[in-house]
Design a protein. Structure first.
Length: 183
């Protein structure tokens, strides 16, 4: 299946989810994440601020923000900048995503874990994003633990990958955890 076909299929499946199904899935996925060894040893974590069709990060951020240092991305041209999470300093940025404001950009090497959304993943850790490559550029430049989070139906047999595509180390869904095989 081609990337655009996967995007259309997953988008259609997401529209069928109820608010309750979305909330329950996010709770299950982020409970698994917060019990993982990688999360427990990480203090500086880059998360995404969820759109309506993504697993919601809001409750997770609220639950852990007093014990972990969370960061959010901000679009700057074709790249992502990393800034500390502060609920009072968010505003709608590119693509109608709430982004942090300010000048206190954090270097990528300070981040120990990155939790990323995607349209779809496969069992090898390959991810299919929305097509602009923001996360591929970011993920390819870091040694941080990379964790993908998704609904069960976002796991597909194979994501067609290209040399610039950056995989994640783990993918967590409501019922499964996939670890990327060592190369």
């Amino acid at each position: 299946m081609q990337k655009e076909d996967i995007r259309r299929k997953i988008k259609a499946q997401k529209t069928l989810l109820t608010a309750r199904e979305k909330a329950e899935a996010a709770e299950r996925v982020f409970t698994v994440l917060e019990h993982s060894a990688a999360f427990l040893v990480s203090d500086n974590i880059l998360l995404y601020h969820s759109l309506d069709d993504e697993l919601s990060t809001r409750e997770f951020i609220d639950r852990w923000s007093s014990r972990k240092h969370f960061y959010l991305p901000r679009v700057n041209g074709v790249n992502l900048e990393i800034l500390p999470y502060d609920r009072t300093r968010l505003s709608l940025g590119a693509f109608h995503i709430e982004e942090p404001q300010g000048d206190d950009v954090t270097p990528l090497d300070a981040i120990e874990m990155i939790v990323v959304p995607a349209v779809a993943y496969d069992r090898k850790g390959n991810r299919l994003g929305r097509g602009r490559g923001f996360y591929d550029r970011l993920l390819s430049e870091t040694r941080a633990t990379k964790v993908g989070v998704a609904y069960d139906f976002q796991i597909v047999e194979e994501i067609p990958s290209e040399p610039h595509d950056a995989p994640v180390d783990f993918v967590i869904t409501e019922t499964r955890v996939f670890k990327r095989p060592r190369r």
